[in-house]
Design a protein around this ligand. Structure first.
Ligand SMILES: [Cu+2]
Length: 332
């Protein structure tokens, strides 16, 4: 069953890194609560019980020294193992996973040939470029949406072209920063089909709060079909109404910033629109994607997300705007 997840660490997807983090969290909450109750009980006992001599040295060495040393050491090892386990997600055999949990054997050296899908995610003000590494085939580029199969891990290679952003899909994995001049990595995996909201978790300027994206997990056959369709170029429309929209696109400045493969549009400063009609959202999770929001975004980009790098286009007539929105929406 396909499910839709809000961005919550308290609702981890099955078999994901977030589930490991959730277990660690539960161990900390429950352990902390037990210790709190025991200490409070001792304090109350100390106040109300009849005075008598106690073994002070034993209490100090046992409760004050041995207990914290043992608990904190165990917790440290457990949390380090969880941290390494997150990097090792997608490792094929149990021994390798175990070794990687303790930092032996490098999880990062494996190549996509090992069955790991590699996706480059580039943080921009204020949207996400998503590129599927497809050695020897047409590279697939989209925006603000990552799809992945439920039977394989995906390695995200994270970078930024401007300021620091942070990639966070709370129901799937931990949070990893995108730092100028560096690449960082994050593994995603889950056996659960669904749509997971993710967001930028590092303040990156005025519209930081409108910088979200969706991670969509699908059965392998659906995913493969989706990836193959994303690799195809767009065609010049034959329908006269859509053709009006196509012409309107090239009459404006749209093609200076946007690429639509299969047409002369080759701009790169904005999202690739070759398959914009297939996406769940527009403008980085800000609007659900349909013809009305498409028209609203084109005419009012600066009203929806003030300060973003796309100008509002006020010169189109109503018919042109509808036709342009319909044509872009048809690019599935
Ligand atoms: Cu950001």
């Amino acid at each position: 069953m396909e499910s839709s997840h809000s961005a919550s660490v308290l609702h981890p997807a099955s078999d994901s890194g977030a589930a490991l983090i959730d277990q660690l969290g539960t161990a900390l909450y429950v352990g902390g609560a037990i210790i709190f109750v025991v200490v409070m009980a001792l304090a109350i006992y100390g106040v109300f019980a009849k005075a008598r001599a106690i073994n002070a040295r034993g209490w100090i060495l046992g409760g004050g020294l041995a207990f914290p040393i043992v608990t904190l050491t165990v917790l440290l090892m457990y949390s380090l193992a969880v941290g390494n386990g997150l990097n090792a997600i997608g490792s094929s055999n149990a021994l390798q996973l175990f070794l990687e949990c303790f930092g032996i054997g490098d999880a990062r050296e494996r190549t996509p040939a090992d069955g790991l899908l590699r996706v480059h995610v580039v943080g921009k003000q204020w949207w996400w470029e998503v590129r599927y590494e497809q050695p020897g085939r047409q590279e697939v580029i989209l925006a603000n949406e990552i799809r992945m199969p439920t039977d394989r891990a995906v390695e995200l290679v994270l970078s930024t072209t401007d300021v620091i952003h942070s990639f966070w899909a709370p129901s799937l994995a931990g949070k990893v920063d995108m730092i100028p001049g560096r690449t960082t990595r994050l593994r995603l995996q889950t056996s659960e089909e669904g749509t997971f909201r993710a967001l930028c978790a590092e303040y990156c300027g005025g519209q930081h709060a409108l910088m979200a994206l969706y991670v969509v997990t699908q059965e392998t056959t659906d995913f493969d079909a989706w990836l193959a369709s994303q690799a195809r170029p767009a065609n010049e429309p034959t329908d006269p109404f859509l053709k009006t929209g196509y012409d309107a696109f090239f009459r404006g400045e749209c093609h200076e910033c946007h690429t639509i493969r299969g047409t002369p549009a080759e701009g790169t400063s904005g999202p690739d629109l070759t398959h914009v009609g297939s996406r769940k959202s527009l403008a980085a999770g800000t609007l659900n994607n349909h013809i009305g929001t498409m028209a609203g975004w084109i005419a009012g980009a600066q009203d929806v997300k003030p300060g973003n790098k796309m100008p509002s286009s006020l010169a189109y007539s109503g018919v042109e705007l509808r036709a342009l929105s319909a044509w872009l929406g048809s690019l599935e």
